[in-house]
Design a protein around this ligand. Structure first.
Ligand code: MGD
Ligand code: MGD
Ligand code: SF4
Ligand code: MO
Length: 693
């Protein structure tokens, strides 16, 4: 008999590392199977729109390659020979290996390593409770937001901006260094509403004519790492042509007179030579921006993923303070709203157990750390034990040569808890199967908008999968770690965290599905003052407040040439921008995503291709002092000659020589506070025939 009843629909939130954090409606076909996934129509930010990769989430949750059972490595590291074991045996072996190493080297030899595979507060951050109680090495979370956030905080002093739904009320939306069509599709929902309802213009500032740029009224195609120069020239024009709001600046900003003087020679001609734009393009954008009161800067992460990224982010954020567009609905600048949530994460993260004497390791420098770099390890022991959840460093971290060498160390014990056989999972000694978000309870917070959301368990865990909370609690018992969080259920942790943070409790939030935490208009627009102690926006940033390594940073917005500039040996600047159908390396196993992305390529301008003697579809060798790899060339004229794009993050196994593009990305920690400069790489490119020299 066919069951014709409509499937039951359950509410959830997208757990992935994406600023949109969409409110979802998920078909529950039975206790072990989901069907279609849609965006919630009645969530005012999601507005019924989600990306294609999550709409077909059943492909991921029910993928035949999902890890289903705990496994022990039986062959050489990385050989792929496994033996299925019980959960008890697996957790016992991990605990035994860690305790042995702790006894020999001290607790800092163990490094719990995680990132944001799920953004759920309990399942993502619970690993820190184990870390703190056990005095394991601390982790500096630099791989994603550090560069952009530092630059934003330097000017405004707080991680928030106007309600992103206000974009629909703007007359000009500037999408700067974020490929929103790929990476946070809901920005486009609100920006295109403004276009439809009020004939607003959309400007995209990006290093290539990506899917977002293709929708724009004006695309400023800049050379990578040169947004500071563009911002300065735009401000030069704003001051020169009477579009700067001096009354606003006098009241709300610090350093505007120095800025005006400093910008005297930062002309569009000057910036054109640096950015690859024409002076006319810069004038056109400056006038459009300066003459539109309701202009909204949507500042992404991408343009800050360079060593000068914080300076460029700060410079871009200055535009709104020069024109005073902050005063208007639909005006101002927004990067991320993380600062509006007043979480008390003591219970989840075990903040009551922190020992400040424990060393901190920089996650972006996992390659140097695992290969024993003394500048990273300090006086502490080598890392001999890793517990990995929610991240795939064998593909996503910089300087993969060192990362791979580190993971291959025989004395390094690695436990990986994963949903799929990633390149990192392949290097595990003990590999544990993880639930997907529909199989566990969690609580989510949006960065690119303003909701907190419930994501209750919808189906039972598949196979023998366990949640991160389950694994952490199971290990804690065996490691002698005591904290009341280890004895609670995920839902109990959610409920208590919500209550102590001043939000609706778990039952209420489950019923409401989400809660809008947006702050009032004046606070969001900094009309009561900016968040520094002098209540001003800082044109002259105090970089020492952002990070200790601030020496040599410019005192005012500028083009700061602290990037890997192209030279005779490395004539190309490479950007590794996100692919549409992947999310970092998540979704690189799902068939539709793979079919759409086809294979790794390097997008190269036809002039450059002709100059080096290659053609569309040919294999080239691309490299620098960190290494080299073979990749297919794709002729693409939507970028400046000298720039190349490798859309990412393709796992190493899809490359001809089985190592991914981050082989060529440096792990050098940028000023002032570290980070990962994924879009700041100088490379040479040669046709394959020459590759053997
Ligand atoms: N070349 C290049 N490299 C980059 C970037 C780039 O733009 N270019 N971007 C960088 C950025 S911004 C980031 S944030 C990093 C992110 O890189 P990763 O942290 O590796 O990214 P994700 O793919 O989001 O998540 C990693 C893993 O978490 C797993 N996972 C998901 N949910 C759970 C769960 O509940 N439990 C467990 N145990 N595992 C789970 C997924 O299966 C996935 O394999 O990559 C960086 N690397
Ligand atoms: N489909 C998909 N969605 C994703 C991800 C993914 O991998 N794939 N990753 C997720 C994660 S972890 C994050 S943090 C967000 C990041 O999302 P975004 O804020 O969009 O940041 P990026 O993805 O790093 O880069 C976006 C754009 O910046 C451009 N860019 C690079 N360098 C420069 C520059 O110097 N100047 C300018 N103006 N532009 C530059 C790139 O060409 C790219 O188009 O996206 C999330 N969403
Ligand atoms: S757009 Fe982002 S938050 Fe929304 S469903 Fe896709 S990955 Fe998830
Ligand atoms: Mo990220």
């Amino acid at each position: 008999m066919t069951n014709t009843a409509a499937p039951e629909i359950r509410a959830s939130a997208c757990p992935h590392d994406c600023p949109s954090t969409c409110a979802l409606e998920i078909e529950r076909l039975n206790s072990r199977q989901i069907g279609r996934v849609r965006g919630a129509e009645n969530n005012s930010y999601t507005a019924g729109v989600i990306c294609a990769k999550v709409a077909r989430y059943a492909e991921r949750t029910h993928h035949p390659d999902r890890l289903m059972h705990p496994m022990r490595r039986i062959g050489e590291k990385g050989s792929g020979a496994w033996q299925q074991i019980s959960w008890d045996d697996a957790l016992d072996e991990v605990a035994e290996a860690f305790l042995k190493r702790e006894a020999q080297y001290g607790s800092e030899t163990i490094w719990p390593y995680y990132y944001a595979g799920t953004m759920g507060l309990v399942q993502r951050d619970g690993i820190n409770r184990l870390r703190h109680v056990k005095k394991y090495s601390e982790q500096k979370l630099t791989i994603c937001t550090t560069l952009a956030r530092g630059g934003w905080m330097a000017g405004t002093g707080s991680l928030h901006g106007p309600d992103p739904r206000e974009m629909a009320k703007s007359d000009l939306v500037v999408i700067w260094g974020t490929n929103a069509v790929h990476t946070q599709v809901n920005v486009m929902t609100h920006a295109t509403r403004a276009r439809k309802d009020r004939s607003a213009k959309i400007v995209v500032i990006d290093t290539y004519r990506n899917a977002t740029a293709q929708t724009a009224d004006l695309h400023l195609c800049v050379n990578p790492g040169t947004d500071g120069a563009l911002a300065c020239a735009v401000m030069h024009v704003l001051f020169k042509e009477g579009m700067a709001d001096r009354a606003y600046m006098e009241k709300f900003t610090k350093g505007w007179k120095e800025l005006e003087a400093h910008l005297q020679d930062k002309t569009p001609d000057w910036a054109a030579a640096i950015t690859g734009l024409t002076p006319e393009e810069i004038y056109a954008f400056a006038r459009l921006y300066g003459q539109t009161k309701k202009s909204f800067l949507r500042l992404g992460y991408g343009f800050a993923r360079s060593q000068n990224g914080p300076v460029n982010m700060h410079a871009a954020s200055c535009l709104a303070a020069v024109t005073g567009s902050w005063q208007y609905e639909g005006g101002g600048a927004m990067h991320n709203n993380g600062g509006i949530y007043h979480w008390d994460k003591t219970l989840i993260e075990g903040l009551d157990a922190i020992d400040p004497a424990i060393r901190t390791l920089d996650m972006s420098r996992i390659g140097p750390v695992l290969t024993g770099d003394k500048t990273d390890l300090g006086d502490g022991p080598p890392v001999t034990g890793l517990l990995i959840q929610n991240t795939n460093p064998m593909d996503v971290a910089p300087e993969l040569g060192k990362v791979h060498a580190g993971f291959a160390r025989d004395d390094l014990f690695v436990c990986v808890h994963e949903q799929f056989m990633t390149e990192t999972a392949k290097m595990a000694d003990i590999l544990l199967p993880a639930t997907t978000f529909v199989e566990h309870d969690d609580l989510y917070q949006a960065g690119g908008q303003s909701h907190i959301m419930m994501g209750p368990k919808i189906i039972d865990p598949l196979g023998e999968c366990r949640s991160n909370h389950g694994v952490i609690s199971g290990l804690a018992k065996r490691l002698g770690a005591e904290h009341r969080g280890f004895d609670m259920t995920a839902m109990e942790m959610i409920d208590e965290t919500l209550k102590v943070s001043g939000w609706p409790d778990a039952e209420t939030l489950t019923e409401k599905k989400w809660h809008d935490c947006m702050i009032d208009f004046d606070s969001a627009h900094y009309l009561n003052g900016f968040a520094h102690s002098d209540r001003k926006f800082h044109f002259t940033p105090d970089w020492s407040k952002i990070g200790a390594d601030y020496e040599g940073m410019p005192a005012l917005p500028d083009h700061w040439e602290a990037i890997f500039v192209a030279d005779a040996e490395h004539p190309f600047r490479m950007v590794t921008a996100p692919a549409r159908n992947f999310l970092n390396t998540s979704f690189t196993a799902t068939p539709t995503s793979l079919k759409r992305e086809k294979r790794p390529t390097v997008k190269i301008h036809s002039q450059d291709a002709a100059a080096i003697g290659t053609e569309d579809g040919a294999i080239v060798r691309i490299g620098n002092r960190l290494g080299s790899l073979l990749i297919h060339a794709e002729i693409f004229d939507g970028l400046n000659p000298g720039t190349v794009i490798v859309e990412s993050v393709w796992p190493g196994k899809f490359f001809i020589e089985k190592v991914g593009i981050n082989l060529l990305v440096s792990a050098k920690a940028p000023k002032p506070n570290g980070g990962a400069a994924f879009h700041d790489t100088a490379v040479w490119i040669r046709p394959e025939a020459d590759a053997s020299d």
